[in-house]
Design a binder for this molecule. Structure first.
Ligand SMILES: Cc1cc2nc3c(=O)[nH]c(=O)nc-3n(C[C@H](O)[C@H](O)[C@H](O)COP(=O)(O)O)c2cc1C
Length: 357
């Protein structure tokens, strides 16, 4: 299983493990997979530090980083320019949420509001990444040609996340080397097409390029099914959310382990784009009658970023949530990343053996 990924990247196992903490990615690569650090919400200095950590920990093992560079963002990282356009009714709604749930105002921004997602930030982030000549650069939500070209010049392979066959074609035109077919089941930004439907369509559109299946892959049965659908491997996020290395806060860990299959929702309330996350009072408030329509990215980030940061820092339980996919139903214990990856592979091998019997 996974010969193509082994030949291409030297990974023993065709499992790409996405995490927002470098420790998750490091553990995924050490477990024989390919660890991917999602650093789109990190400053250039933090990216420098995280990449140095990964390089030192991983040596020749395959790994990569993920940036999100959507089209149509403002030119500069200018928070006050965005703030001056926020509608009063939206600001008042957010303030009412703060009072209703008694969220302490510690005066600090959150992950989404400490800088504005802008072309300036994307260029600064990419400059740091490119200084390091990393093996893989993954691009979620859009694959701009300028970023792909820079990465190729440095010898990095480009992995593009796509949610529709048409996005696969655009990513290939931009120069993508590997495609991730990410179905609607997935956590984080996601489209409307289910993984089972999407993967074979992206395999057809990929023109022979490797394809990874993402969205709902949380057991070895999913890994085996992904290979049967024509994928060369899988890309997982939710399955690692409750891991020891991800180290979620106690309130978030409880919610992740307790979540059932209908406990995620797609909402524009955190970033302005459709994002699958744990259902909580946060998503309920934003979908209640009379709630304002979330703003577009990056305005929604700035509208809610400080409040959400404070919710998470102070663990305001009803509002605490995280991006999470439908596979969250399979999380039952806090385990090391290696245990999760070992189990996926062992179960997939068993299932594939059964299928070929
Ligand atoms: C909390 C969370 C944050 C995410 N952030 C990003 C991101 O910054 N960039 C990205 O390309 N994908 C992001 N994703 C999507 C993952 O890369 C991956 O495609 C997805 O988790 C796969 O589906 P699964 O969650 O069902 O495993 C995120 C997913 C989660 C759960």
């Amino acid at each position: 299983m996974g010969a193509r990924i082994r030949d291409l990247l030297g990974a023993e196992r065709p499992i790409f493990g996405f995490g927002m903490d470098p420790e998750v990615a490091i553990a995924a690569s050490r477990a024989g997979g390919v660890g991917i650090w999602g650093c789109t919400r990190r400053t250039p200095e933090e990216i420098e530090e995280g990449i140095s950590r990964m390089k030192a920990a991983l040596g020749d093992l395959p790994w990569g980083v993920d940036l999100v560079i959507p089209a149509g963002m403002p030119e500069t990282d200018d928070r006050s320019a965005i703030e001056s356009t926020l509608p009063e009714a939206h600001v008042a709604f957010v303030e009412r949420m703060r009072h209703r749930y008694e969220v302490p105002d510690d005066g600090l921004p959150g992950m989404r509001s400490r800088f504005v997602r802008s072309e300036e930030t994307a260029r600064d982030q990419l400059a740091v990444v490119m200084d390091h000549r990393i093996p893989l650069l993954a691009l979620g939500v859009g694959s701009p040609t300028w970023a792909v070209e820079q990465a190729h010049e440095q010898g990095s392979m480009i992995v593009s996340l796509v949610g529709r066959p048409a996005h696969a074609e655009t990513a290939i035109r931009a120069g993508a080397d590997i495609l991730v077919a990410q179905g609607t089941d997935s956590g984080g930004h996601t489209g409307p097409i289910g993984t089972f439907t999407l993967v074979p369509l992206v395999v057809e559109a990929a023109g022979g390029r490797p394809v990874l299946a993402a969205g709902g892959v949380a057991t070895g049965r999913h890994l085996a099914a992904a290979m049967a659908l024509g994928a060369d491997g899988v890309w997982i996020g939710t399955a690692l959310l409750a891991s020891e290395e991800a180290a979620p806060s106690p309130v978030l860990l409880d919610k992740l382990l307790a979540a059932g299959v209908t406990d995620t929702v797609i909402s524009r309330s955190v970033s302005g784009k459709t994002f699958r996350m744990l259902r909580s009072s946060w998503s309920d408030e934003w979908s209640a009658e009379g709630a304002p329509e979330p703003l577009k990215m990056p305005h929604q980030d700035i509208l809610i970023g400080d409040l959400l940061g404070q919710v998470m820092r102070h663990e305001v339980a009803p509002l605490v949530h995280e991006g999470a996919g439908q596979g969250v139903v399979h999380l039952t214990d806090q385990e090391p990343v290696a245990t999760i990856i070992d189990r996926l592979v062992a179960e997939a091998e068993q299932v594939l053996g059964r299928v070929s019997d």
